[in-house]
Design a protein around this ligand. Structure first.
Ligand code: PMP
Ligand code: GLN
Length: 383
């Protein structure tokens, strides 16, 4: 067969998790918690199963969950999406992203992505028959480079995909940056696909700037988020999309044929659990403590820590280590770290189409304190 995605192999997250298991390494590679979600949420699933919520829910998601999502977004960001026509429950953010791209981007269009970026963006654009236009974030700081974005816009530019808080670099857009994007898009018809899956993991008193907090941007945006990150249940694969009704109408045309709908009991459980805002309001403090513990522990190593303003990822620059280690490419370094040190990491190069090496690896700190301590002991012993 002629491949639709000739450049694509197995994702780095799957590869590194398998290697971590094989080597008995502490897995700080693939981003997922090694602890369970709230027992109240688990009980809510059992209650939903017992209540017989086991057949197809509505295509767009159960009304109670769409209403809970709309209420949360309005309370936090100030924009009211109509749950009937502007909110859809998805099978995680991954399905939301590819569905948004397939629904709104036409063959021959261009879609701007800011590198490094999450690995599903490029294949989603390619499968839509469109062309990904890669604009690097500013070297060193990984902040958006608006001159470079402006230069990348052509009459074919249909959309720009933005992710804040940012996987893998942990940067969080500022209000000034969000305003610059709004100014830049104002004279165009370009859509904004806004990946906000780490919306509740922002540190040091900073605020997450959702597109829903910016009326002008909200009018041209598809907001994407995921319960997997927010409630420590990445394996549930439930997320949501919010967008103005005309965009959502197109989104739903594709959604109904690539997944139709999302499992019923989890939707009931999430709708009930969302009534309490505490779990998501407290998530930032919960992860900031882990970030601080992890960063303090790494301070005794030869790794240089990049800033971590948000997400549950800490990136490290290993160029200051012993020459035989510092000279390894990122993929080789991460393999060495997994096999020889017993800690799995993700090479930053996996988030670039050209696989460029910058001697940076990403570590996930969404782990029990004991897990982080074990990883830190191993890292401090060798680095
Ligand atoms: N976008 C980003 C930036 C992510 O990091 C992830 C998950 N790691 C996703 C999307 C996908 O989220 P989900 O698991 O809900 O599909
Ligand atoms: N988003 C997670 C990460 O960045 C992994 C998700 C996946 O395995 N596809 O690590």
């Amino acid at each position: 067969v002629t491949s639709r995605l000739p450049q694509v192999g197995t994702t780095i997250f799957t590869v590194m998790s398998a290697l971590a298991t094989q080597c008995g390494a502490v897995n700080l590679g693939q981003g997922f918690p090694d602890f369970d979600g709230d027992p109240r949420l688990m009980q809510a699933v059992k209650d939903a199963l017992d209540a017989g919520h086991n057949q197809y829910p509505p295509m767009t998601g159960i009304p109670a969950l769409r209403e809970a999502i709309a209420a949360k977004v309005e309370a936090l960001y100030g924009h009211r999406y109509d749950p009937a026509t502007e909110v859809t429950v998805t099978a995680g953010a991954t399905q939301a992203i590819i569905t948004a791209v397939l629904a709104l981007v036409h063959p021959g269009d261009e879609v701007i992505v800011l590198d490094p970026c999450y690995d599903s963006y490029e294949p989603s654009i390619v499968l839509a028959g469109a062309t990904p236009v890669h604009v690097p974030l500013t070297a060193g700081t990984f902040r958006p480079d608006f001159a470079a974005i402006t230069a990348a816009i052509t009459p074919k530019t249909r959309a720009i995909l933005v992710n804040t808080p940012h996987n893998p670099t942990g940067t969080v857009w500022t209000a000034a940056e969000q305003q610059q994007l709004a100014d830049l898009l104002r004279p165009t018809e370009i859509l904004l696909l806004s990946d906000e899956v780490y919306e509740h993991m922002v540190y040091d008193g900073a605020a997450h700037l959702s597109v829903a907090s910016h009326p002008e941007l909200a009018a041209r945006s598809v907001l994407i988020s995921s319960f997997g990150k927010t409630y420590h249940v990445t394996g549930w694969k439930v997320g949501f999309v919010a967008a103005p009704a005309p965009l959502m109408a197109e989104f739903r045309k594709v959604h109904q044929f690539n997944v139709f709908t999302v499992n019923t009991p989890m939707q009931h459980a999430l709708a009930a659990y969302m009534a309490d805002p505490a779990p998501y309001l407290e998530l930032g403090a919960f992860y900031q403590r882990k970030r601080d513990l992890f960063r303090a522990g790494l301070a005794g190593t030869g790794l240089r820590l990049l800033p971590c303003e948000g997400t549950y990822f800490q990136s490290v620059d290993y160029s200051g280590l012993a020459p035989e280690i510092a000279s390894l490419g990122e993929a080789a370094f991460c393999e060495w770290l997994t096999r020889e040190v017993g800690v799995a990491a993700i090479p930053l190069s996996a988030f670039y189409p050209d696989g460029r090496d910058q001697q940076i690896a990403r570590l996930c700190f969404a782990k029990r304190d004991e897990t982080l301590q074990m990883a830190l002991e191993r890292l401090r012993a060798r680095l």
